[in-house]
Design a protein around this ligand. Structure first.
Ligand code: NI
Length: 154
């Protein structure tokens, strides 16, 4: 595995749509491994492939319950809505208030190519929405209510 550089806001690649994965080969598995290592090295909750400069529909999430890998993820159901703080490894040092569903269901492929469904609430729902947005060229700053000032952070 190898840590990859994270693309920062202002880079045009973050505004581009990622392509669906058609073949899960060694190169794609290496990408997923590298994304996981990069996520942990940067203490993040989620990372999407465009953030390491690769326009493929791959996401790695860990909200403290172990890594979740998603290939070609699609949100199939949402419920409720919560406004909460959100950060992004591509927007270092900033937090914003963003409205997200309280609960989401996502279908995706795992690294063996098998389809699965995951339902997440609260923090996991937020992470799923945030990372899937990255695959469509959307950053949280595109939909946030406002940045959170330093003194509000805790
Ligand atoms: Ni992000």
């Amino acid at each position: 595995m190898a840590k990859r550089n994270i693309v920062k806001i202002g880079d045009e690649i973050l505004k581009k749509k990622a392509r669906a994965v058609e073949v899960i080969d060694d190169r794609l598995l290496a990408l997923l491994d590298d994304m996981r290592e990069t996520l942990y090295a940067n203490d993040g909750a989620g990372l999407a492939a465009p953030q390491v400069g690769v326009l493929k529909q791959c996401v790695v999430i860990d909200v403290g319950e172990g890594p979740i890998e998603l290939i070609n993820p699609v949100i199939t159901k949402t419920e409720g809505s919560v406004v909460g703080p959100e950060g992004c490894l591509s927007i270092p040092g900033k937090w914003g208030k963003v409205e997200r569903p309280q609960k989401v269901t996502v279908k995706a492929l795992d690294r063996t190519g098998k389809q699965f469904t995951i339902t997440g609430e609260d923090l996991l729902a937020r992470a799923l929405c945030h990372e899937i947005d990255h695959l469509h060229g959307i950053l949280y700053t595109d939909k946030m209510i406002a940045f959170i000032e330093d003194e509000e952070e805790e």
